[in-house]
Design a protein around this ligand. Structure first.
Ligand code: 2NL
Length: 335
């Protein structure tokens, strides 16, 4: 037989053990090991429960209550210590992973479109709104599409400026985007309304206004009944859209092998004295229409060619064409 007072003494002993040791447990594994030592199936508290059978039946209920209280108290102690350790771990993690918001960041400069691309796309959008399509083609072209189809035979003096940068005997870097228009006409029936932007190559010595690599946009409209009046209207519309209202335009005679008549296009800023040449244009020569299988008695057309660099220089007051391909960020980042 075990006396109740004896049981009380043992309980109090276990409690002392518990309260002394739980508070110094330093990690979760130790808490768990210690919990098993007390509350496990063969733990100290379970062992005490086994003594119940040796207690006088009249005192057994009291003893049972004392033991249950002990069990609850022990469970609560372990849980509390576990919480303490958990939150200490969290505090430590927060301290360790603290981000210093005052540190300077990593600077990622954003790029932007080159001025030439900006101007090209703006001109494209003006003509897209008028109903033209944008066409493109190869920069390496054969002589036929560069010259013969455009009414420039082998012995024509116009070739002198253009017949260079040959890849082989009959293939060269295109001196203009006209071969793109020839190819589109070869493949489609009229009406044709296109603009052809792209990089071109010429035998020019570089200076402030010449570059052996430059960019051009050519426009071509072929349909029944087109006249120089239609060309004039489209040109004026373009000048007003791109440069601004109030600009004047005038045409004067010129010569290109692929247009007849051919004109030079000048514009004058509001209040300005001087006229500036901005591009060449004309009615598509009947010989060119025949070369692509069109009947010049049925359709007429007009075309013009402008230099993108020149448009950008006029609009932004840039005085040296070499700046465009010079890769100098002091220039590039201004636009
Ligand atoms: C200039 C002049 C021009 C054209 C280009 C053209 C194209 C075909 C048929 C007829 Cl497929 N003409 N293009 C016409 C007139 C002038 O360019 O000085 N450009 C920078």
């Amino acid at each position: 037989m075990i006396e109740l007072t004896d049981l009380r003494a043992r309980i109090s002993h276990v409690k002392d053990d518990l309260s002394q040791q739980v508070s110094v447990l330093s990690d979760l594994d130790a808490v768990e090991a210690f919990r098993i030592e007390f509350l496990g199936r063969k733990g100290k508290i379970s062992e005490l429960f086994k003594l119940l059978g040796q207690i006088d039946p009249s005192e057994r209920a009291t003893a049972g209550k004392l033991l249950n209280d002990l069990k609850q108290e022990a469970s609560a102690l372990f849980a509390a210590r576990k919480d303490e350790l958990d939150s200490a771990a969290l505090d430590e993690q927060i301290a360790r992973e603290r981000i210093d918001l005052t540190l300077p960041g990593v600077y990622h400069p954003l790029g932007h479109k080159h001025l030439l691309t900006q101007v090209q796309q703006e001109i494209e959008s003006i003509f897209l709104r008028m109903g033209f399509d944008v066409a493109s083609g190869p920069e390496i072209e054969d002589e036929y599409h560069n010259f013969e189809a455009l009414n420039i035979p082998a012995d024509h003096p116009a070739r002198d400026d253009w017949d260079t940068f040959y890849i082989d005997d009959t293939t060269l870097l295109r001196p203009h985007t006209s071969p793109v228009q020839i190819r589109v006409m070869e493949q489609t029936k009229p009406p044709v309304r296109i603009i052809c932007p792209g990089r071109c190559y010429r035998r020019d010595t570089q200076d402030a206004t010449h570059s052996p690599v430059f960019h051009q946009i050519e426009l071509l409209w072929v349909e029944e009944g087109l006249s120089l009046a239609n060309l004039k209207y489209v040109l004026e519309l373009f000048i007003h859209e791109f440069f601004g209202e109030g600009y004047e335009m005038r045409l004067s005679g010129d010569f290109f092998p692929f247009t007849e008549p051919s004109v030079q296009v000048h514009m004058r800023a509001p209040g300005a004295k001087d006229w500036l040449e901005i591009m060449g244009a004309g009615m598509v020569d009947p010989a060119v229409l025949k070369n692509v299988g069109y009947d010049p008695e049925e359709v007429t057309g007009f075309a013009f060619g402008l230099g993108i660099e020149r448009m950008a220089m006029l609009r932004y007051g840039i005085d040296d064409i070499r700046l465009f391909l010079g890769n100098d960020l002091r220039f590039i980042t201004q636009f």
